[in-house]
Design a protein around this ligand. Sequence first.
Ligand code: PLP
Length: 380
Amino acid sequence: MDHSATTPVDPLVVDAMLPFFTETFGNASSLHSFGNEAAEALSIARQQVADAIGALPEEIIFTSGGTESDNLAIRGVVPYNAGKKHIITSAIEHPAVLNTCAFLESLGHEVTYAPVDADGIVDVEKLEGSVREDTVLISIMHANNEIGTIQPIEKISRIAKEKNIYFHTDAVQSVGKIPVNVDDLGVDMLSISSHKIHGPKGVGALYVRKGTGISPIVFGGNHEKGMRSGTENVSGIVGFGKAMELAAMRLDADSVHMIRMRDSLINRVFDTIPHVRLNGHLSNRLPNNVNMSFKYVEGESMLMLLDMQGVAVSTGSACSSRSMKASHVLSALGIEDEFIHGSLRMSIGRENSMDDIDYVLDALQGTITKLRTMSPLDEK
Ligand code: PLP
């Protein structure tokens, strides 16, 4: 129940990767046949990634994952377009975007954090109102990693296009869950991470539309056409390509399956557990995301008791970095502290079954009853 954190690697992905550790282990830059084999594997993977999002293979830059892709999009575009120093993002972005923006602020750039409504949807009018002459980039995530809310990316990209501003979206959580097509979304740049879609960890990509003014942030031997130097992670990229191909092929069936489990879990929690709220938009949310708050209990206590029963979840009461800070996402939605402290994110995976959901519901009911009986906060 923690697939938004990471996913198991699909056995078909492992099979595709294995030869690239021991047999086809060449350096893709080498001019001999071992190198050519590795280079050929990279080009197949590049095509697989491009096909899955409706892009051209030359628009794909392989990176070490979602964090690096977000960094490259923001730190690559903003300083490259000198003179324009204003960025617009939202209050609920992933730290890979927020901390990159904070770094640029420390260098003298200016950042507007567009507010969101109570469901976590970006206020598009306010966002449009914050556009300035010197706005160079808008970066708004496709779907939120904590609450699963899906943003109106097409609307925002239209505004960006009209005003000649680059538009980046972090699609790390949406790829493989909902359709992601760079032309339909109208984006200039889009971040993807392999380990969220049953691929290996430490690999991902940034899609960069042809003609986007961007400079590298990692310099060296000019790999990835100079946009991301460093010997390519061939086995990882091969696995990522396969994972993207599978995600695109399975998208319709997987999303129907996950929505069924998601809605069953949400409805049965509401039916059987009192003092609970759903965080995020009711329908405009990722097929696999359930984020609920339980009054009178602490997120960490629920997490630990559930873990003892073999159920892995995450909580917004302490941040994923274990820094014990409440979720900036739930705070931005205006949720009261007592609900934030009792929040749980349960993120379903394509390999889960209805039996798993039954088990989770059972474990959740028992856990909350137990904690509420012990809780001094329980008014009942
Ligand atoms: N962006 C979002 C929305 C995420 O959920 C994550 C991972 O949690 C990242 C970026 C970072 O991706 P990676 O783990 O590949 O660096």
